[in-house]
Write a new protein. Structure first.
Length: 150
């Protein structure tokens, strides 16, 4: 128990420093969203995160969760995965990495076996395009959504 508390305290301290380095304040709401996201490999939506933090902060609103997520993303503490249908998911890992996305249920997973061409970042694709990051998404069917062939 003491260990968990120390760990939470350490994570909060790291969050506080990262927020302050970006001119942002540490708030309980931002901390709750950050704690929920840390170690989460499911790439949750804002709604998932809202449902997840209400246990700890019953008065938090969905709008506050959205704002906290925006702040974490702007501080480089998380990344936002936006999809063509306007939906978004959040990732505690802000480094470039590849994802797979199920076309049926929308599940998003990391694909560590697929390396991102890191040498591209900061370079140029052509004379008129400067690369800021690489987002690679592989689409298909997850195990539970794979169509049964007849
Ligand atoms: Zn699926
Ligand atoms: Mn990811």
């Amino acid at each position: 128990m003491a260990r968990t508390t120390a760990k939470t305290h350490e994570a909060d301290q790291a969050l506080r420093e990262a927020l302050e380095a970006n001119g942002q304040r540490f708030t309980e709401q931002r901390a709750a969203v950050f704690r929920y996201l840390c170690g989460n490999t499911e790439h949750p939506t804002a709604d998932d995160i809202y449902a997840g933090v209400r246990g700890a902060l019953p008065d938090i609103s969905l709008a506050t969760v959205y704002k906290a997520l925006e702040t974490l993303v702007s501080c480089g503490l998380a990344s936002k995965l936006s999809f063509g249908d306007g939906s978004a998911r959040f990732d505690p890992c802000a480094d470039d990495h590849c994802h797979s996305r199920c076309l049926v249920c929308g599940a998003v997973r990391d694909v560590p076996s697929l390396p991102v061409p890191g040498s591209m970042v900061g370079g140029r694709l052509s004379d008129d395009f400067q690369v800021q990051g690489v987002r690679l998404e592989v689409v298909g069917y997850c195990r539970s959504c794979t169509p049964v062939s007849t």
